[in-house]
Write a protein that binds this ligand. Sequence first.
Ligand code: UDP
Ligand code: MG
Length: 313
Amino acid sequence: MISIIVPCYNEQEALPLFHKEATRILQEIGEEYELLFVNDGSKDETLKELKALSAKDSHVIYLSFSRNFGKEAAMYAGFCNAKGDYIAVMDADLQDPPALLPEMLKILKTGEYDSVATRRVSREGEPIIRSWFARRFYSIMNRISESDIVDGARDFRLMKKSMVEAIVAMGEYNRFSKGLFGWVGFRTYWMPYENVERVAGETKWNFWKLFKYAIDGIINFSHVPLSIASWFGTTMTFFSFLALAVIIIRRLIFGDPVAGWASIICVVIFIGGIQLLCLGIMGQYISKTYLETKHRPHFIIAETNDESAIKLK
Ligand code: UDP
Ligand code: MG
């Protein structure tokens, strides 16, 4: 059985198109399947649309959140409730082409791989600045994080149940799926494809949201920013010893002319700035730790047509 998890946030226009296309491909494959839609607190008619689809098609299961919890939570809810032996995550906007599924399934069935992941080789149709920042993010991330994160990687991937179980077991609150997929390991086949633009509706990510997501990703999967603080500290201490020596020697040779107000202010501002920056970095980690220790549920399902669904986790 194949489970397709589809996080949906304000996707009323895209849903019928997605359902039609995905159904066509899955029927072609000919295996048993379920379409697991997760309504992430949409403010439009997404839930109504899902109910209509589930009335027409018994393959459709919907899990509807009590509010917007974010795509990561929607994916987690999907992983917790998927019944398939092969489990995929796909966007509702057809940016993850269902047409790739048969090929992906074939690769998994050879038994050589546990997961088939997709990556975009082009970023056509995307603002240039966004692509530039995305590329910087991946290069920085790969330099400073222990789990490898592939440039252009999508969340779209087909996995065996064993891998999904591992991901479900990682119950951390601050989730960054691209990192989690890498962290659990398993043999992954990377399938490249050309970027596709969304069929209907609008993207939910503005630049600022993506930027924050990138920072979250770095903090969740790397401790390097923390060591930056100690590096600054060590270098500063070293230079301060040098400066001390210079000042003392100069005092002994030339006496004590009162001067250097400008340089003192520069040093004070510089060190003050660095100290605040380091405090800020530590603050980021502490706030993450604080959230983790509260053990709040990742999602709350208010409504579903699957009686056995895990409603809260
Ligand atoms: N999404 C979600 N919750 C959110 C934001 C987005 O479930 O808070 C879903 C959205 O409905 C879509 C997928 O995540 O199926 C990807 O979002 P989008 O297409 O807006 O992102 P993009 O492809 O532009 O990066
Ligand atoms: Mg999209």
